[in-house]
Structure formats: structure tokens, C-alpha cells
Ligand binder design. Structure first.
Ligand code: NAD
Length: 478
């Protein structure tokens, strides 16, 4: 496969003519070439986006709706092709990639309707004045996304940015560029006006940095690691850019003594290991009431060991390959750290070499116990198929352990006690709390994290507000 930049409606090589290798993580082999772009491509993309902005920003909402819907249909029509590309590129099982392609198309469809529905407020100031708020598009905005849910998170930013009337310079992760390339083809197929969406491939410190530093890209929507987010904030802050930062997590999954235990365990297997544990919302710290601890431990170990790890294209596979060699090594090094910190590995804890995929980057679903809440294993993001088990005696103790991290993205709570569910949810320092479910998404809800997990929220009107500039107009009535 040859991945190309998409600038001003054209698929093209990087200006400097350089490209870099892209790996299939299940095989550990190079399978594609990706443009190794730099600031020159970002500047071209900006110029194209700026030239397209005057027409796109005033295009009637219904026309924007038609284009965004057409992109959704374009993804739907080529769903299997997109899913296969995502699975080969990222390492995730094909069946899971297929679900994500459905959801990526839904992102475009959802924000197509948002373009039609988004409205502003007015405030009558007694009989003296009428105030109203104009929500105007910003101009050219930048969208930067990570490798774990490549097209899903890419479209989650691009769709609202376009729906709100902006034109876009976007950068997918250099580890997973394939579906962004296919999206460029869909944009050509549906005749999206040139320059409305521009996609530049390449390394974060070159392409991403050039986007953040560009003096006229006025807003940056970023999803990725907390360290990268800090760096972006330090660069963009003094330029007074609008910033939305969706960062890392260390999510607790809390099972109370009154939980529906079978449902909790069944979902917790997914919460822990879906997408190889590489979902920012995965629960990596499992807190269990002491009365259920042995049962939950036994079941989690049994079920983790039973998960089929291997060929991402095989329907039976539950856990695919880890996205890249550096990340694979990072996850394995955290398992070693857990052992050094006194953790007992109850399941997994090692690399796997499935038949036919001996050179791929696979890690067995790993369950660890015996660690306190303050150790590095329990406070740093691992972002792989690794969970720790801890027990608690009281609700207060569970809350204290759950909140004992710098991160605040998502928490999952299992209890049949209604009062406790509400009380506990309100006290958790996390942007998202699931009660008796996980990853049950409604695209209208605010999405994002507290503390070091981010700044701002995505989703629904939150995203439309981020991608617009509010202007108060006050008209005197006397
Ligand atoms: P990353 O921070 O390494 O990279 C994310 C993106 O930023 C990539 O496109 C990368 O090329 C780019 N980038 C890197 N350096 C840059 C720079 N100096 N300037 C601008 N852009 C730069 O993250 P990753 O390893 O790709 O993704 C994993 C992380 O993403 C995890 O921490 C995970 O928790 C987080 N994540 C968060 C959410 C959320 O919604 N909060 C969702 C998914 C993933």
C-alpha cells in the first residue's frame, strides 16, 4: 500500500520526496510507505484550507449536511476494505475494526445533522436590550489523532470541525495512516470541494508540531498521550490558540458487593482487554469488594487465559497484535516493573508468538495482584492488555483508591444499589462514569477527562461549541 497526503483535493507525495516504513504489527513486517512530511506540506495544506474557507463557511447547512452524509455513505460502501486496512495497520481483530468503521461513518452522519440543528441563544435583558450569541466558524483548524482507534477518533474531530463551517488540516498517527488515506479517496469520490479537508501524514514532532506552531491555524483538537498534550499546550498557550486536549487515563473499574456479578465479570473482560487494552476508556485497575475478591479473581484469570490471541483476520480472535514494536516493548517493560514492585502475575505476563505470526507483537492478556494503589504500575498509564486487581472493604476506601491517580478519564461502577450508584458517581473525579455498563455511547454526551486526562470536552454541542467562536451582540431597545 502507498499512503499519500491529501492536499487541495489531490493525493500527493511529501514535498521533500521522503517516505517512511509502516508496519503490519501482526507480522512485524513493513507493508506500506507513508509520506515523511514536514512543515512545507503543512503550509501547503494550510493555504488550501484557507482558500477553501470563504466558500465552505457560508455554504448552507443543508449542503454541508449532504457532503458529510455522502462521506458516511462512502465509508459504509467500502466498509470491509476500510476494516481490513485498519486491522492490518493497527493489529486489531477484523470484526472489531468493522464495528469501528460503522461508528466512524456514524460520526460523519451525526455531525451532518448537527450542522442542521446547531443554534445559538438569545437573552432578553428586561425591556432594555436583546442579547444574542453568534456562533461563528473559526477558520482553519487542526486535528491530530492517535493510533488506537484510528479512523474513529480522526472522524470524531474532523466531522464537527467541518459541520461548524471550518476548513481542516488533519494529521493521523504515523503508526496507523491507512484509513485516513482511504478517507481521502472517499472525499474525492463525493466531490468534497478542494481544500475543505487536507490530510498530512508524518511524524508528530515534524508535522504535528508544524500544525501547532502555525500562526494562522487557530484551534487544535488533539487526542493522544498526556506528555504530548503538555508539550502542545506549552507551544499553543502563548499563541492563545483554542485547544481541546483528550489525553491518557488510568481508569478504575469498581465492583461492589451488591453487583450483578455475572454481568460485571462478563463486561470487565472487555473493559480490560478489548482492542488489546488499547482504548483510552479501558479499565486498568479492577477494584473488588473483599467479599467477592476470590470469585472475581478466579473468573478473570480463567477468562483471560481463554481469550484467543493471534491472527487479526480470524473471526475467533479476541485479542490482536500490539500496534508497534516500541509500544509492545513498553507494555512488556511495565509487566516487568509490576513484578519488581511485588506484583504476582496470575495470567499472561508474557509475549506470545502465535503460529504463522511468530514475528508479530502479541502480549497475553495479563492479570496481576498484590500491588498497592500508589505504586507506578497502579498510577501510570500502560495502555495494553494488562490489569491489576485490588480489594477494598468500604465505599470510602474504594473512592479513595479510585481517585488516587493524576488521571481522570473514565470510571466504571458495578452496583445494584441505586443510592450508592448516584452518590459514588458524583464523587468520582472522572469525566465519564459508567454504571453497570461500559462503552455505552451516546454521541450527544460530553466526552473527555478531568485532571491530567485533558482539557475541554468533545461530543455533541460541546464539539460544535469548541469549533466555533461565540460573539455576543447586544441591541438596545430604547
Ligand atoms: P501520542 O501523544 O504519541 O500521539 C498522538 C498524535 O500526536 C499522533 O498523531 C502523533 O504523531 C502526534 N504528535 C506527537 N508529537 C507531537 C507534537 N510534538 N506536536 C503535535 N503532535 C504530535 O499518543 P499515541 O501514542 O498515538 O496514543 C496513545 C495515547 O492516546 C494514550 O495516552 C491514550 O490514553 C491517549 N488517548 C486518549 C483518548 C481520549 O479520548 N482521552 C482517546 C484515545 C487515546
Amino acid at each position: 500500500m502507498k499512503v499519500l497526503n491529501f492536499i487541495n483535493g489531490e493525493l500527493q507525495e511529501a514535498v521533500n520526496g521522503q517516505s517512511m516504513d509502516n508496519y503490519n504489527p501482526a507480522k512485524g513486517e513493513v507493508y506500506a510507505q507513508v509520506p515523511d512530511s514536514d512543515h512545507q506540506d503543512v503550509h501547503l495544506a494550510y493555504d488550501a484550507a484557507q482558500a477553501a474557507y470563504p466558500n465552505w463557511s457560508v455554504l448552507p447547512a443543508e449542503e454541508k449536511f449532504k457532503y458529510l452524509n455522502a462521506i458516511a455513505e462512502g465509508i459504509d460502501k467500502r466498509r470491509d476494505e476500510f476494516a481490513l486496512a485498519e486491522s492490518i495497520d493497527q493489529g486489531k481483530p477484523f470484526w472489531l475494526a468493522k464495528n469501528e468503521m460503522i461508528r466512524s461513518a456514524q460520526n460523519f452522519r451525526f455531525f451532518a445533522t448537527a450542522a442542521m440543528q446547531f443554534a445559538s441563544e438569545s437573552h432578553a435583558t428586561e425591556d432594555r436590550a436583546i442579547n444574542y450569541t453568534l456562533r461563528q466558524s473559526i477558520g482553519v483548524v487542526g486535528c491530530i489523532s492517535p493510533w488506537n482507534l484510528p479512523l474513529y477518533l480522526f472522524s470524531w474531530k474532523i466531522a464537527p470541525a467541518l459541520a461548524a463551517g471550518n476548513t481542516v488540516v488533519a494529521k493521523p498517527s504515523e503508526f496507523t495512516p491507512a484509513t485516513a488515506h482511504l478517507l481521502s479517496e472517499v472525499c474525492q469520490e463525493v466531490g468534497l470541494p478542494h481544500g475543505v479537508l487536507n490530510i498530512v501524514h508524518g511524524l508528530g514532532p515534524k508535522v504535528g508540531q508544524a500544525m501547532v506552531e502555525h500562526p494562522r491555524i487557530k484551534a487544535i483538537s488533539f487526542t493522544g498521550g498526556t506528555a504530548t498534550g503538555k508539550h502542545i499546550a506549552a507551544t499553543a498557550g502563548p499563541m492563545f490558540k483554542k485547544l481541546s486536549l483528550e489525553l491518557g487515563g488510568k481508569n478504575p473499574n469498581i465492583i461492589f458487593e451488591d453487583a450483578d456479578i455475572e454481568k460485571a465479570i462478563k463486561t470487565t473482560v472487555n473493559t480490560s482487554f478489548l482492542n488489546q487494552g488499547e482504548i483510552c476508556l479501558c479499565g486498568s485497575r479492577l477494584l473488588v469488594h473483599e467479599s467477592l475478591y476470590d470469585k472475581v479473581k478466579e473468573e478473570m484469570v480463567k477468562r483471560a487465559k481463554a481469550l484467543v490471541v493471534g491472527d487479526p483476520q480470524d473471526e475467533k480472535t479476541r485479542v490482536g497484535a500490539i500496534v508497534s514494536k516500541p509500544h509492545y516493548e513498553k507494555v512488556l517493560s511495565y509487566i516487568e516493573l509490576a513484578k519488581q514492585e511485588g506484583g504476582r502475575v496470575l495470567a499472561g505476563g508474557e509475549a506470545l508468538h502465535p503460529e504463522g505470526f511468530e514475528s508479530g507483537w502479541f502480549i497475553a492478556p495479563t492479570v496481576i495482584e498484590g500491588l498497592g494503589p500508589a505504586c507506578r504500575t497502579n498510577t501510570e498509564e500502560i495502555f495494553g492488555p494488562v490489569i491489576t486487581l485490588m480489594s477494598f472493604k468500604t465505599e470510602e476506601e474504594a473512592l479513595q483508591i479510585a481517585n488516587a491517580t493524576e488521571y481522570g478519564l473514565a470510571a466504571t461502577v458495578w452496583t445494584e444499589n441505586l443510592t450508592r450508584a448516584h452518590r459514588f458517581a458524583s464523587q468520582l473525579e472522572f469525566g465519564i462514569v459508567w454504571v453497570n455498563c461500559w462503552l455505552l455511547r451516546d454521541l450527544r454526551t460530553p466526552f473527555g477527562g478531568a485532571k491530567s486526562s485533558g482539557v475541554g470536552r468533545e461530543g455533541g454541542w460541546e464539539a460544535m461549541r469548541f469549533f466555533t467562536e461565540p460573539k455576543n451582540v447586544c441591541i438596545a431597545l430604547k
